[in-house]
Ligand binder design. Structure first.
Ligand SMILES: [Zn+2]
Length: 248
């Protein structure tokens, strides 16, 4: 009891001005209600969360914002402004341009992936920040894995139309989708470099100790809050002395 567990991407820790963290059940099982405590603990002033609708719409956050924008991805480049998304089985994505100092956090559920949110945001980063796709560094976070993400034939058919049989695995008349594999494949096809993409192997359904899972817990499911932003100073989470566990 007591100690909060936060997750980070290994490939992001090295960027000194980047701040990113994903909450877990340990410490913050219901981050939507615990935002103030989380911000105080992490030393965050401004944090913006969108009103998520499983779509493919993104919004650029450039400072003050009155209401939560309806979107499933937020982009930011101004310092001291964090953006975040809430997930429970859906895939949290972080895409960083270390040269232009722009980033995006994305809530990518199966509907959003079918609507190509993961590729639309890459295009947006090119337009908004002037990012070169080959410069982008990305993290694909914990999410429901192919082991557990069984879908009906109707949903399987949609993914089949999107990418063919490599997107759908069928076992004894059951259909399974590897959401993270699809994102990875389509990002590589856009010109992102495989060595720039870190993919978590954690399945949220298989790890009830750490992650809420909508599939497993339905309406009772909490969320993980995945947030990122740029700091004016090069503070790194590991060095701030609060004693977080980085469980990777
Ligand atoms: Zn699983």
């Amino acid at each position: 009891v007591g100690e909060a567990v936060f997750l980070q991407f290994e490939n992001m820790i090295a960027f000194p001005f980047l701040f990113h963290v994903m909450t877990t059940k340990k410490g913050f099982p219901h981050p939507r209600k615990e935002v103030d405590r989380l911000k105080a603990l992490l030393g965050i002033d401004r944090l913006y969360l969108p009103s998520q609708v499983h779509g493919s719409h993104w919004v650029l956050v450039d400072g003050e914002m009155e209401e939560a924008p309806v979107a499933d991805a937020l982009l930011v480049s101004v310092p001291e402004v964090c953006v975040g998304v809430l997930v429970a089985d859906c895939v949290p994505l972080l895409v960083v341009d270390p040269h232009k100092r722009g980033l995006a956090v994305i809530h990518a559920g199966w509907r959003g992936i079918l609507a190509s949110i993961h590729t639309k945001v890459i295009q947006a980063m090119h337009e908004v920040f002037g990012s070169r796709v080959s410069d982008l560094v990305a993290g694909v976070g914990p999410a429901i894995g192919e082991c557990c993400f069984e879908v009906g034939e109707d949903v399987a058919q949609l993914f089949y139309e999107m990418g063919g049989e490599r997107h759908v695995k069928s076992k004894r008349a059951k259909f399974f989708i590897d959401l993270r594999g699809i994102i990875m494949e389509e990002w590589k096809a856009m010109g992102m470099r495989e060595e720039h993409i870190e993919v978590s192997r954690e399945c949220t359904f298989c790890r009830p100790d750490l992650f809420p899972s909508f599939r497993r817990e339905r309406e009772q499911a909490g969320r993980c809050l995945f947030l990122a932003g740029w700091k004016k100073t090069g503070r790194v989470l590991r060095e701030n002395g609060i004693g977080f566990t980085i469980d990777r």
